[in-house]
Design a protein around this ligand. Structure first.
Ligand code: GCW
Length: 697
């Protein structure tokens, strides 16, 4: 009897324990990616033990809502890090975390200092937002296993404007979006605010992002109407405590489209008055409205040139309407259909003559490279060439040209490449943009994990971290993100970060080898289509960019060709002028090279091109094996999702190779280099593939 009852009791206890752990595991660790890098997985062992001494209360000297959030976020994060061991704080003890959010010795721009002793962490900031940033920074450190007793941080944002640009349309479709529908629910605003809007603000604040342009630069004028201002106000109010200011993409022709005027000429007094009244109306609802983001006279968008006025005329008119309350962000992504010698040269040609003519509250936003967010481009020659103008960097977090949320492509290395580039004109790109800012075209969507793939979260994270501190290395950011998002275990962490480090290079290797660009499918920009040569605009054709003919391939941008090289400082141009010495990753960007020319490394160009594709495939297979070996270290749901992403990427990479090689062969008439895998289908079969289902168009 006794023994029997003992057994029953033990069984009951086991069932109870299973239930408890099952429930705890399910609620704390539903690993679908929604929590991003803010999941705060429970600590264990020594690190957890060290946190035990910090059981006093959290105190704050400010009643500001942002300061309150700093406390809440820290408490929430600490509770999660402590996992099952969470205790209510012992209020009889001195503060374990002591916030001073109005400290005169610290700048008010978000800067903070953190010092600690054996049982107390002291946070000082010049403004509440610094306290909030400090909470996230403390959690980031603890989440990586730091000792709370030795925390010592002294941080300030490098760039004042750390911004996301959403290409989200009011109907919920996201241009170049690959992670579901838009996260903005314009239909239910302003009455209903989706809780995702708060989680979005938390995620952004945790990486220092402080500005969001909510709508597509291909803008609809009606988003400036009063009912949309009311919707925007609801977002602005919700995000204000997180230090995020809202911006609107403004359609330049709005005075005509919705204002009843006959013109949108920036020098017309009625147009000026219309924008002035519009700005006043917005500021009355949203006193800290950031300003307007404008795509003008680009890809069919209206602009000042429609009236014979310059970009400066247009930007300055809007800047006057905003006054010192806000900023006009004017995009330098422009190219005219008529001028097709070399599309990459047009922004420089149009904007350099305007240097010094933009109002103080105008920022010119320049893409990382002179073409269009390709897998690899040299830095944009405008950086350094407009010393009298505030320039900011525009990067693309969404992977329009880098696989579209298929596979893994961690983009920090690409942004570091441009940030670190020496312009030869008074500093690196980061020196030029740091006093202004950096914008990233967002990759967020309604997908549960926000970004389509789990690894795409890393690029969002890295974008924020680099805008905060462009000196961080992409490797360090990858390690940080991996520890917070996947695992702190040193060896798996090291391997995942290494996988991330090379991922963008692999995509470039099979989509844009040796500096080729713009070889993708028309419209949706998915997959290979180097054969397209007959689109109405020459500069929309892949042929325009690769210039492949029987003799060779590549765009001659030397003095013998378009001479785009001359837009760079002489020292920079000299590095790229000689096809024999240029870094091979830029070879075909700047040079038209014969197929049989022996290039660096000894192979002919044709052999090397073939090899690039083959290496990409080998790299992708090795990565898949590496991921498989991590199975025991990653939760099953995310492990399987990533494995599926990787399998799809391998398939796509093989397709890119097969279709591209088939086409190059059709142009050069050469046999495949020895050892190259046969091409399984005829060129026509690759040409015939269509993708009406491709997202983001
Ligand atoms: O890369 C191109 C995209 C367009 C985009 C444009 C731009 C918003 O294909 O979809 O339009 O750049 O940056 O304006």
């Amino acid at each position: 009897m006794m023994r029997g009852r003992g057994l029953v009791n033990r069984l009951a206890m086991m069932v109870a324990a299973m239930l408890v752990s099952g429930i705890a595991a399910a609620s704390a660790r539903a690993e679908d990616g929604y929590d991003l890098w803010l999941r705060h997985a429970p600590l264990d062992g020594e690190v957890l033990a060290r946190l035990a001494a910090f059981d006093g209360p959290i105190t704050v000297d400010s009643a500001d809502p942002t300061a309150a959030l700093a406390v809440d976020e820290l408490r929430l994060g600490l509770d999660r890090l402590r996992g099952a061991q969470v205790q209510p704080s012992d209020t009889s003890k001195p503060a374990a975390f002591q916030f001073e959010c109005d400290h005169r010795g610290v700048k008010a721009d978000g800067a903070f200092r953190v010092t600690s002793s054996s049982n107390q962490v002291r946070i000082t900031a010049g403004a509440p937002i610094g306290c909030l940033y400090a909470s996230y920074a403390i959690l980031r450190e603890l989440g990586q296993g730091a000792d709370p007793a030795t925390l010592a941080l002294d941080e300030a944002p490098a760039m004042p404007l750390r911004m996301l640009n959403h290409w989200d349309n009011p109907d919920g479709h996201v241009e170049r979006g690959y992670s579901g529908r838009s996260i903005f629910d314009w239909w239910h605003l302003p009455e209903k605010l989706d809780s995702r809007m708060i989680d979005y603000a938390r995620a952004n604040a945790s990486i220092g992002i402080n500005a969001v342009a909510v709508n597509n630069v291909n803008a609809r004028a009606f988003m400036l109407e009063p009912r949309y201002i009311a919707k925007l106000k609801r977002l602005a109010d919700a995000w204000r405590p997180y230090g995020i200011r809202v911006f609107l993409s403004a359609r330049f022709s709005a005075p005509k489209d919705i204002g009843g005027l006959a013109t949108a000429d920036p020098l017309d007094p009625a147009v000026q008055a219309w924008w002035q009244a519009k700005a006043d109306e917005i500021f009355a609802a949203i006193p800290d409205f950031g300003g307007f983001l404008v795509k003008a006279n680009s890809e069919g968008q209206p602009g000042p040139q429609d009236y014979g006025r310059s970009h400066a005329d247009g930007a300055n008119m809007l800047a006057a309407a905003l006054g010192d309350r806000g900023t006009v962000i004017w995009r330098a992504f422009v190219y005219q259909a008529e001028d097709t010698t070399d599309r990459t040269m047009q922004a420089y040609d149009e904007f350099v003559p305007l240097d010094g003519r933009f109002a103080d509250n105008v920022i010119v936003q320049v893409k990382n490279g002179p073409l269009d967010f390709q897998p690899r481009e040299p830095f944009h020659p405008l950086f350094g060439a407009m010393p009298g103008t505030r320039l900011m960097l525009e990067a693309q977090i969404t992977r329009e040209y880098l696989g579209q949320a298929i596979g893994v492509a961690y983009l920090a290395p690409m942004w570091k490449e441009v940030l670190n580039a020496d312009t030869g004109r008074g500093g690196a790109v980061s020196d030029i943009v740091a006093p202004v800012g950096m914008a990233g075209v967002a990759n967020t969507g309604s997908d549960r994990n926000w970004t389509g793939t789990h690894f795409d979260q890393a690029s969002w994270y890295a974008f924020g971290r680099l805008a905060w501190n462009p000196a961080l290395t992409s490797e360090a950011i990858a390690r940080e993100w991996t520890a917070l998002t996947f695992t702190r275990a040193p060896e798996p962490l090291r391997r995942i970060a290494a996988m991330m480090a090379g991922s963008r290079d692999i995509v470039a290797q099979y989509t844009a080898p040796l500096g080729l660009a713009h070889l993708m499918g028309t419209g949706h920009h998915y997959g290979p289509a180097p054969w397209v040569c007959d689109l109405e605009r020459p500069d929309w054709n892949p042929c325009y960019y690769h210039r492949a003919d029987r003799q060779g391939i590549g765009f001659d941008r030397t003095a013998a060709g378009s001479n785009a090289l001359a837009q760079y400082a002489p020292g920079v141009a000299a590095r790229w002028a000689d096809p024999a010495t240029i870094d091979s990753k830029y070879l075909l960007w700047f040079h038209h090279v014969p197929w049989d020319r022996r290039i660096k490394g000894g192979d002919t160009l044709w052999e090397r091109l073939s090899a690039e594709y083959a290496w990409a495939e080998i790299n992708l297979r090795a990565r898949m094996q590496g991921w498989e070996a991590l199975r025991d270290h990653i939760d099953a749901e995310r492990h399987a999702a990533v494995a599926a992403d990787m399998a799809r990427e391998l398939k796509d990479a093989r397709w890119w190779r097969d279709a591209s090689m088939a086409y190059w062969q059709s142009v050069n008439g050469l046999p495949l280099p020895s050892g190259a895998r046969p091409i399984p289908e005829p060129l026509e079969a690759y040409k015939a593939r269509t993708f009406p289902e491709a997202p983001g168009q």
